[in-house]
Design a protein around this ligand. Structure first.
Ligand SMILES: Cc1cc2nc3c(=O)[nH]c(=O)nc-3n(C[C@H](O)[C@H](O)[C@H](O)COP(=O)(O)OP(=O)(O)OC[C@H]3O[C@@H](n4cnc5c(N)ncnc54)[C@H](O)[C@@H]3O)c2cc1C
Length: 280
């Protein structure tokens, strides 16, 4: 069957209007600009955008037309995307905040966020999104490493005051904790990674925390290995209802986002077939 033509995606522009360090490893950028007025109503708490970066060595910078570059230049020169949660959005002021993990000198988005100054602009596609905590759920399980911390924090802000929520967040150490809203029935566990592999202490803490009660709605995101371990915990060990779980790998150690996105399907297929084998 011939390939279906790719639908052109609309890019938008956002200008940095403020910058604040939330911890030594996380920087919040505030964005404004007329294009933000055109965003649709944001109803999920894990809404994300795909920030557009010229690949390293490119001879162009924002503003550019991604579709035109794709049609006129070789693939190596096409813009690349990095996915980020909309931490908050104010539709009246048309302002959006994004919290970036600054994970050293590697990559595009982390170093950009660390060095950018108010007045700079960036392009993006989106938003997408799929999850919001249900007010009807009897309990919530929210689990994330630093990359998913913004989405977990946004979910906590959307919970009713009496919602029961077990929250597990992994950061490097105590200095990297950031304030998050808690309901009167939040049990918040900060997990300090230290020198251990990304996601490993977090998965262990969730397992140690016990079996989620029937009906618990879960949001579990972050490093791919964390997700693999906790899918097994939820779906294989405890047969938790899959419909109540939002779970996916946001990134994978040793791969940049392009490498992770292009191998994600194979990773997921392998993980799911191992789960099926363990269930039969
Ligand atoms: C739906 C979704 C929402 C996301 N929301 C956020 C968000 O709000 N904030 C956020 O910071 N990230 C978020 N992420 C994760 C982010 O897209 C990736 O971490 C991305 O790889 C970062 O791009 P980069 O250019 O900084 O590094 P890349 O060029 O992609 O990678 C360079 C190197 O850094 C490593 N690396 C990437 N991310 C991390 C990390 N977090 N810690 C340590 N090493 C890392 C890679 O494995 C690679 O070795 C989200 C991902 C998804 C899918």
């Amino acid at each position: 069957m011939p390939d279906r033509p790719r639908k052109a995606r609309q890019s938008r522009s956002a200008t940095v209007i403020g910058k604040e360090w939330l911890s030594p490893g996380m920087v919040r950028l505030h964005f404004g600009g007329e294009d933000l007025r055109a965003l649709p109503e944001l109803t999920f708490t894990d809404h994300y955008v795909k920030l557009l970066f010229p690949p390293s060595g490119a001879d162009y910078r924002w503003p550019f037309d991604p579709e035109r570059i794709r049609s006129e230049r070789p693939a190596a020169e096409w813009p690349v995307t990095r996915t980020y949660t909309i931490r908050s959005f104010d539709p009246v002021a048309a302002e959006m905040a994004i919290d970036f993990v600054v994970h050293g000198d590697a990559g595009l988005a982390g170093p950009w966020a660390a060095s950018v100054e108010p007045g700079d602009s960036i392009g993006f596609f989106g938003p997408g999104g799929a999850y919001a905590p249900s007010p009807a759920a009897p309990a919530h399980l929210l689990v994330g490493d630093e990359a998913a911390l913004p989405a977990v924090a946004a979910a906590l802000e959307a919970l009713p005051e009496d919602a029961a929520a077990d929250v597990y967040l992994e950061v490097a150490d105590e200095d990297h904790q950031v304030p998050v809203r808690q309901t009167s029935r939040t049990r918040l566990i900060w997990v300090h990674r230290g020198d251990r592999p990304y996601g490993a202490p977090l998965a262990a803490a969730v397992r140690d925390g016990g079996v989620p009660a029937t009906g618990t709605q879960a949001f579990v995101h972050g490093n791919a290995e964390l997700v693999k371990d906790l899918r097994r915990f939820l779906f294989v060990d405890h047969r938790h209802d899959r419909k109540l779980v939002s779970i996916s790998g946001y990134w994978r150690t040793g791969l940049d986002e392009d490498g992770w996105q292009s191998s994600k399907r194979e990773f997921n297929d392998q993980m799911e077939s191992e789960e099926q084998a363990a269930l039969t």
